[in-house]
Write a protein that binds this ligand. Sequence first.
Ligand SMILES: Cc1cc2nc3c(=O)[nH]c(=O)nc-3n(C[C@H](O)[C@H](O)[C@H](O)COP(=O)(O)OP(=O)(O)OC[C@H]3O[C@@H](n4cnc5c(N)ncnc54)[C@H](O)[C@@H]3O)c2cc1C
Length: 449
Amino acid sequence: MIKPIHIVGGGMAGSEAAWQIVSAGIPVIIHEMRPSVETFAHQTHDLAELVCSNSFRSDDDESNAVGLLHWEMRSANSIIMEMGDKHALPAGSALAVDREAFSASVTKKITNHPLVTIDRSEIHNLPPENWGHTIIATGPLTSKSLANDILENTDQKSLAFFDAIAPIVFADSIDMSKAWMQSRYDKGETDEERTAYLNCPMDKETYDNFIDALLDSEKTEFKDWEKDTPYFDGCLPIEVMAERGKETLRWGPMKPVGLTNPHQPTIKAHAVVQLRRDNALGTLFNIVGFQTKMKYSEQTRVLSMIPGLENAKFARLGGIHRNTFINSPLLLDDQMRLKTRPNIRFAGQITGVEGYVESAAMGLLAGRLAVAESTGKNIKSPPNTTAMGALISHITGGADAKTFQPMNVNFGLFPPVENVKGGRRNRKDRYKAYTDRAKNDWTSWLNNT
Ligand SMILES: Cc1cc2nc3c(=O)[nH]c(=O)nc-3n(C[C@H](O)[C@H](O)[C@H](O)COP(=O)(O)OP(=O)(O)OC[C@H]3O[C@@H](n4cnc5c(N)ncnc54)[C@H](O)[C@@H]3O)c2cc1C
């Protein structure tokens, strides 16, 4: 008899992982704590419940990275995409679903499968070795006891409860005639380290206007359940720092010391905004220390006042909300296994991806990788030219562990496509080149697994 694979958490990732596994003929046991333990956000006892919006975002697989992820999932027998398509609602180029019908149909299909057992109980600890292959997919609202056990089995810094996100900018949208690369005091052993930061200078007038705009901007409110959770040290939103005094940011993340602007070497900047490389490819930069609760539209307006970022395009905007996730670049290997307990894989939002589709996608991969391992096959994770591969490479190595933040899929995670003869492609052609390459590479990966 084949040993079952255990899955803890029957949400978006757990459901998709379960479907992939039983479709390969291997039994699963899904441990789902609802209804015996409820979360503040889930309203039903169904599997794959959508806790907030009913949107899977863009369904455009030619010029949008999440649309491409839909395409890759569809081609890999995804139950989330099959039921999403079956219960789609009119939503233009996006895929929106009838949330109740969607979750009910995923639940029915999984529950009715002869290889599925559902255990409706909370798992309090990381499972013991004798469970064999296990996938932890307990999501952003992982129960307290399990979160504490993960903390004890990893280390104190490896589990976050707040998602304090600084905005992330596409490198090629930064105006380098104003910005420059330099680490403070040129610190570092190598040229790469000495030029690790991208700097955007401000004179006094720009700084004063920026602080005023920050203070006047519209902010999102904390939800009731978030209000009592204190900010972590070093994680204050910029607008909270600005409220403490006009100069606070100039003494904090915007301090202008140890830097010389090569565009204006004789003029001392009044303040400097620093951006740090966010991925190994160097296509994304995060704005250092700029976690914020400004509304999204306000962020694009206020941040475009920073010299060099006037036309910045954001891979993701900032935010602060409760969200449990592990430091995957530190803790997981490239097959999503916990390095210290390789029988345990993590999947879904707890790995530091963000969103329904990304979470389900990581469930799909974890399921397939677990199947391969338990049947003695040695398969590699998909290449980072695919949407799946770009996400898994980012969370298990591409991202910097020191500043790791949850990530949506976006083209900044992909290796750049080559330019065409005669110069750069226009944006539409570039996105098409990304998606064509991804489809080709994903199909080859699937055919070889
Ligand atoms: C309030 C809120 C709003 C959100 N809104 C959106 C949105 O609008 N759009 C979007 O794309 N994403 C949104 N997200 C992110 C969203 O949660 C994820 O994208 C997605 O649901 C995560 O999938 P998952 O499978 O990782 O976790 P989940 O879907 O949350 O599934 C995890 C499952 O694990 C169970 N579980 C937890 N701990 C245990 C335990 N110890 N033992 C057994 N079972 C356990 C839970 O009951 C749950 O069923 C939101 C998240 C939150 C918290």
